[in-house]
Ligand binder design. Structure first.
Ligand SMILES: Nc1nc2c(ncn2[C@@H]2O[C@H](COP(=O)(O)OP(=O)(O)OP(=O)(O)O)[C@@H](O)[C@H]2O)c(=O)[nH]1
Ligand SMILES: [Zn+2]
Length: 357
């Protein structure tokens, strides 16, 4: 041990490798596979992988549904590569941007039988690298040297577990809405994004605290985008905490409901083609909401809060908090920032995701 990387560190490396277009090695109980993310796979690396054998394309069942491909593995599909399939072809299958212009990618031949555990892990890694959820998977007898090597049996449960968070630092930051405010930084030990807690005043830990779990939205929070209600919600939540003189706002770096900013922009481009926010996520191969709210519950309890008055319109958030052992004594509605550009988005969230209007 000592200087050799831990499983968390190896997975963090794997995410970085996939983002750069470098394959990683997954070692399962019965086979070994080279795995590359389709989004970043170069023609040269594809050529090299094809030289070593017959790779397959792993897609989520959500993406397969749009492509009319059968997903025999339940949550995913393993697609056989047609002769001469190029990196561009793979990219077009993984990325829905031209689906309407070029609908016929298939028929796609999908595999059934056998174990899809490594493919499942491959997609999981691509998602955690915030790439399109699609991977090239090649079963090999042995792997080329120098690639990051992952033990699949231990990695899969590790990716599902909540990473430990280190409370890195706390400092005072006077805010427009509340001069007495402190920012706490929390750093996950798995090398993923840091999350922030903004504590307003000195909330009494023995009482339910006014709390908001805010998910990062670069476009809404920073640019003032009118396409969602995030910016006004952020402002209104801090405003209310300022008025009451106490509260805690978690700023969770789960951009785009956990799919990352690049994928959220892909979803926006699909919305310009007429799909709603939920359909766009599905066409990309994601679930409606890929966030992990356990993080928020962990941060609140690390700060000493056991019960909250939660500012939200999302009943699922309340349910998640209670599952994590946090008591939600009250839901405080947060309805601000409706525009003609987000009216339909808000209606979709109410109709499909259970948000309260
Ligand atoms: N994937 C995707 N993410 C979006 C879209 N619009 C906003 N987001 C993200 O959604 C998150 C905010 O979630 P919301 O659904 O607005 O609200 P909520 O957190 O579920 O519920 P509230 O507590 O009521 O605000 C942020 O991470 C945004 O970046 C979209 O069209 N697609
Ligand atoms: Zn937003």
């Amino acid at each position: 041990m000592a200087l050799t990387p831990t499983l968390s560190e190896t997975l963090a490396r794997a995410r970085a490798d996939l983002r750069m277009g470098l394959p990683v090695v997954l070692e399962g109980a019965e086979r070994l596979a080279l795995v590359a993310a389709i989004e970043t796979l170069s023609p040269a690396r594809l050529g090299e992988m094809r030289r070593l054998g017959e790779p397959e394309l792993a897609l989520t069942a959500r993406r397969a549904e749009t492509l009319k491909a059968r997903a025999y593995d339940g949550d995913l599909a393993r697609v056989a590569l047609p002769d001469g399939a190029s990196a561009d072809w793979l990219r077009a299958v993984a990325d829905p941007k031209d689906d309407l212009r070029r609908p016929m990618k298939g028929p796609l031949l999908t595999r059934r039988g056998g174990d899809a555990g490594l493919e499942r892990l491959a997609i999981r890694l691509a998602k955690s690298a915030r790439l399109l959820p699609a991977a090239l998977v090649l079963t090999v007898a042995d792997a080329p040297p120098g690639l990051t090597w992952i033990d699949a049996e231990t990695a899969a449960p590790h990716l599902d577990a909540l990473p430990e968070l280190e409370h890195v630092v706390t400092a005072r930051v006077p805010l427009f809405h509340a001069e007495e405010a402190r920012l706490h930084i929390f750093r996950p030990e798995d090398g993923s994004d840091e999350h922030y807690a903004i504590e307003i005043g000195r909330p009494d830990r023995a009482q339910p605290v006014l709390a908001r779990l805010h998910s990062a939205c670069f476009t809404g929070d920073l640019l003032g985008s009118l396409k969602c209600d995030c910016g006004p919600q952020l402002n209104a939540a801090l405003g209310k905490m300022g008025e009451e003189g106490a509260g805690v706002l978690l700023y969770l770096n789960q951009e785009g409901r956990g799919i990352g900013l690049a994928n959220k922009m892909r979803a926006y481009a699909l919305q310009d083609q007429g799909f709603d926010t939920v359909e766009a996520n599905h066409r990309l191969g994601f679930e409606d909401d890929e966030r992990d709210f356990r993080l928020g519950a962990q941060i609140l309890s690390r700060l000493g809060f056991g019960s909250v008055r939660l500012l939200t319109n999302n009943p699922a958030k309340i349910a998640r908090m209670e599952e994590c052992g946090l008591s939600v004594t009250e839901r405080v509605p947060l309805k601000v920032g409706e525009t003609r550009f987000n009216h339909h988005y808000l209606l979709t969230k109410a109709a499909k995701s259970g948000h309260l209007l």
